[in-house]
Design a protein around this ligand. Structure first.
Ligand code: DCP
Ligand code: MG
Length: 354
């Protein structure tokens, strides 16, 4: 495979950035966006608030304890969706090969783009400039020969940063990279790796592929590949899907169901973004929801909902209510999605009786 050029962009403190743009008085204070009231959860916060230790998915009460002057505003998804559309529009002017991952994040494959002298670094600079001028928020960008490295690179100099991993720098870059940064390495895998004496990708390289496969199966091979900075996954614009879903693992468990309900709105927004890209015009057959508790037990529920077009928070709240029996149980992961109708099946017949 010839050398690819991948850019990953990720908006800085996205919801908070839109709030600061629309009300400049918020720029000078520590700001969090989240569910109103004492039980709400922080969706995100600006970098002033991060200096106090405030983080996404943190209960509002804890955030206020860390940062007594914290200003908290409720989320306004419509404005975030608009800003997202603008950002994605600017990216798509450069290339069609744009793969959004959420409202605020996307991969671009610019291998075949000749603009900007064919330099992905100049392209990333240009995109950052345009988004700043036209949308009024900042994005960080990473440039690298593959998705995995580009994503790490965009995080490297956040906020308002650009970081480039050139092909001949990959080796030096990954060797120092902590395994926690690897895609798919959560707390559990990380502590298993630590137990094997592995802290960095350099250590992973030393361990070798055989041990990794023996210890971690298929994931072991992926770990080995990433440890060498390799990742062949293509940038995927759209594919025919039987279902579309989004899920989010929280760095700190959501304390209870009230917190889950707050997070659900932003998951629904992400789902609709994916739907607009992958499932345009496909008839929805079922909605489903998935939950993983702090003890890793995982439960899901799906229900037939034939006449939903753009699934909304109100469509998912009843499923969440049905799935959850203990409202005080801490939650580690939330996911939701839709299944499309298989047009070969005689489901449409039934609809005659609606
Ligand atoms: N989000 C959320 N709940 C979370 C994480 C994120 O509601 N647990 C929402 C709010 C964020 C947006 O998704 O603004 C994008 O998520 P990011 O992880 O990219 O976080 P930010 O863009 O806010 O900050 P960063 O500057 O670290 O990218
Ligand atoms: Mg972001």
């Amino acid at each position: 495979m010839p050398q690819r050029k991948i850019i990953h962009v990720d908006c800085d403190c996205f919801y908070a950035a839109v709030e600061m743009r629309d009300d400049p008085t918020l720029s000078n204070v520590p700001l969090a966006v989240g569910g109103a009231g004492g039980r709400g959860v922080v969706a995100t916060c600006n970098y002033k608030a991060r200096a106090f230790g405030v983080r996404s998915a943190m209960p509002g009460a804890e955030a206020r304890r860390l940062c007594p002057d914290l200003v908290m505003v409720p989320p306004d998804m419509a404005r975030y969706r608009n800003a997202s559309k603008q950002v994605m529009g600017i990216l798509r002017e450069l290339t069609d090969l744009v793969e959004p991952l959420s409202l605020d994040e996307a991969f671009l494959d610019v291998s075949d783009i000749d603009d900007h002298r064919g330099s992905a670094t100049l392209m990333a600079r240009y995109l950052r400039e345009r988004v700043k001028n036209e949308v009024g928020i900042t994005i960080s960008a990473g440039v690298a020969p593959n998705k995995f490295l580009a994503k790490i690179a965009s995080d490297w100099q956040k906020p308002d940063g650009l970081f480039v991993v050139k092909p001949d720098e990959i080796d030096g870059f990954v060797r120092e990279l902590n395994v926690e940064k690897l895609f798919g390495v959560g707390q559990v895998t990380a502590s298993r790796l630590h137990a094997l004496g592995v802290q960095t990708c350099g250590d992973l390289q030393t361990l070798g592929v055989d041990v990794l496969i023996e210890q971690f199966g298929k994931q072991g091979f992926r770990l080995h590949e990433m440890a060498h900075g390799r990742d062949e996954r293509p940038v995927v614009v759209s594919r025919i899907a039987k279902s579309v879903s989004v899920e989010r693992t929280f760095s700190e468990d959501l304390p209870d169901m009230a917190a889950c309900e707050t997070v659900l709105a932003s998951l629904v927004a992400d789902l609709n973004l994916r739907l607009s890209r992958k499932g345009r015009d496909k008839p929805i057959h079922k909605l489903f929801i998935k939950i993983r508790y702090s003890d890793f037990s995982t439960h899901s529920l799906e229900r037939v909902r034939e006449n939903v077009r753009d699934p909304a928070l109100e469509d998912y709240l009843p499923l969440l209510g049905e799935l959850v029996t203990n409202r005080e149980r801490p939650v580690r992961l939330l996911g939701l999605g839709v299944r499309f109708r298989n047009d070969d099946a005689p489901v449409t017949q039934l609809r005659l009786f609606d």
